[in-house]
Design a protein around this ligand. Structure first.
Ligand code: CA
Length: 222
């Protein structure tokens, strides 16, 4: 999952970024409204975390602009004040959820999870393909009941493949949803990580779940 964080308070931004990265999210951080709006328009994010009070353009304006352009990425708004008026105008501008600073990271993460769940099945937090199971809350991954130990990036990659099971996933799609902006898409990092994940998921099983599609990308199916 790739997240855009638009937050001018550097301390808050680095706290959020660190926490999300530990949970396997790829995070791009922007500190002003103008750049934030630009990034949100050109990249296919899975979630936008948007502070209301920003230099340049404020969060309400950014949210309205994105919705006007039919960008439907879930938006979680942040504000420093527990102000009903802010809350109302935030939600009216098209935000999906709202959180007042300061907040507990656990609550923040629960809201992030709710907003990034698979569309159409909001209550499902366990992904399954054949005998492979991934729990999006605990990050526990098992195959045929046996636990698989993954790093944050490996988890994020496998989650993305499972969310798109039975479909070909291109390297571009993977680089846009699993890695953040500072990632060098010309490197062979994706191949390397897919191989790590494949070793862990498919080793010892006669039926592999992760397949390469020559020249295109990968497919996870069972
Ligand atoms: Ca602010």
């Amino acid at each position: 999952m790739r997240v855009l964080l638009i937050e001018d308070e550097k301390k808050v931004a680095s706290f959020i970024r660190r926490g999300l990265k530990e949970k396997g999210f790829a995070v791009d951080v922007v500190h002003d409204g103008e750049k934030g709006l630009f990034s949100a328009e050109i990249n296919p994010y899975d979630l936008i975390i948007l502070d209301i009070m920003l230099p340049g353009k404020d969060g309400i304006f950014i949210c309205r602009q994105l919705r006007k352009k039919n960008i439907v990425t879930p938006i979680l708004m942040l504000t420093a004040r527990d102000d009903v008026e802010d809350k109302v105008s935030g939600l009216d501008s098209g935000a999906d959820d709202y959180l007042t600073k300061p907040f507990e990271f656990a609550e923040f993460l629960a809201r992030v999870r709710a907003l990034t769940r698979r569309k159409g099945s909001p209550k499902i937090t366990t992904l399954r393909v054949a005998n492979l199971k991934l729990d999006q809350v605990t990050h526990k991954v098992t195959r045929a009941g046996k636990e698989i130990d993954l790093t944050a990036t490996e988890y994020s990659l496998l989650e993305y493949l499972m969310l798109n099971a039975n479909q070909v996933v291109t390297r571009t799609m993977i680089s846009e949803h699993v890695w953040s902006e500072d990632f060098d898409s010309f490197s062979n990092v994706i191949n390397v990580y897919v191989n790590y994940v494949r070793k862990k998921v498919d080793a010892g099983f006669s039926e592999p779940l992760i397949h390469s599609i020559r020249g295109t990308g990968y497919i996870l199916k069972g």
